[in-house]
Design a protein around this ligand. Sequence first.
Ligand code: PMP
Ligand code: GLN
Length: 402
Amino acid sequence: MTSTDPYLTSRLQGFGTTIFTEMSALARRHDAVNLGQGFPDFDPPSALVQAAEAAMAAGHNQYAPGRGVPSLRQAIADHDRRNYALDFDPDTEVIVTTGATEAMFASVQALVEAGDEVVVFEPVYDVYPAAIAMVGATVVGVPLRPVEEAGARVWRFDPDDLEAAVTERTRAILLNSPHNPTGTVFSTGGLQAIADVATRHDLLVVTDEVYEHLVYDDERHTPIATLPGMRERTVRISSAGKTFSVTGWKVGWACAPAPVAAAIEAAKQWITFTSGTPFQHAIAEALSWGESYTAPLAAEYQARRDVLIDGLDDVGLGRTSSTSTYFVTADVRTLGFADDVDFCQRLPAEVGVAAIPCSVFHASPEDGRGWVRFAFCKSESLLAEGLERLRTGLPRMARSAP
Ligand code: PMP
Ligand code: GLN
């Protein structure tokens, strides 16, 4: 996972290959069921594919405007008003990007100076530390830890740790809720604590909400921009990849107050200039489907979540609750394995399943030691096959555990 490529700049030394690429390559090599990298193995809605085909046939094949095609910016503004009563001006406060990944990268490029500090919650999605390093700023981690809450085991941070992480050099807090890899939605109290710190220290909050429609049971997702005083200091990022099962289309966006949005656009124009035109037209159409599309989507994912957690419980893997995203985290130490990275490197060959080790999402891997992420964005038959392999293979692997 670390790299010694002599051509690689010092900024990028140590990041190596993404864990998702590494584990998917291992899965392919061993013909393993890939419960690692989070991408659906099923098709997106056919109406969406037809909308993209129609956009291409209608001649939407050249550069889009830098900020995105007007119909998509309008659809994003309508979506946020309808779902969260958030008012963004589609002409000045919405920037379409090449996935949420570019929205995050361009936000950091635009808003963070070399030498600044940026607070993240660990385990942290791997893109954020890399984006922060590429701008020459420093990552400061605040730990999420599993705690018992109302009969569930969820991941929470201690507000004192957040307060302690902020210095006079802190520029921004990067927040991901619903949270990858834990499957936890930040609590109202947690969001309020972040808002309090951001307001008191005059910080920007860049929030990655790509799993906003993948929320289960009676959990609710609240964009932090809806909290008092937060809209003017928040960049709200989302993406079509998860909501419409098109992770390969890479259509994302950032919504922010006009001057912040202008700064993000200024960065984006030098990164990709514009993003895939026909896909933007198709997503503009899909965003208008509203709850008649997102409610059944969440119900289907909740059923898949149930299949996965039942299977993990069956094999005796201690796990936390998952009320969002398409992930469940489990502690492999409950079956006698000492190390998550070693576990995930052996699992494809010895059991025929791939998963993601979570210690790589920490600046100090020791902080995440033992935790592994399983994805359930897979067809029922693939999930069943993966779980059957775990049921028969894991006890064998445990007997030879180091
Ligand atoms: N943020 C999070 C938290 C993710 O899990 C992912 C990956 N699926 C992304 C961003 C990437 O989104 P996109 O593919 O739209 O760039
Ligand atoms: N976001 C997806 C995941 O967490 C994968 C993205 C990637 O491969 N970089 O699994």
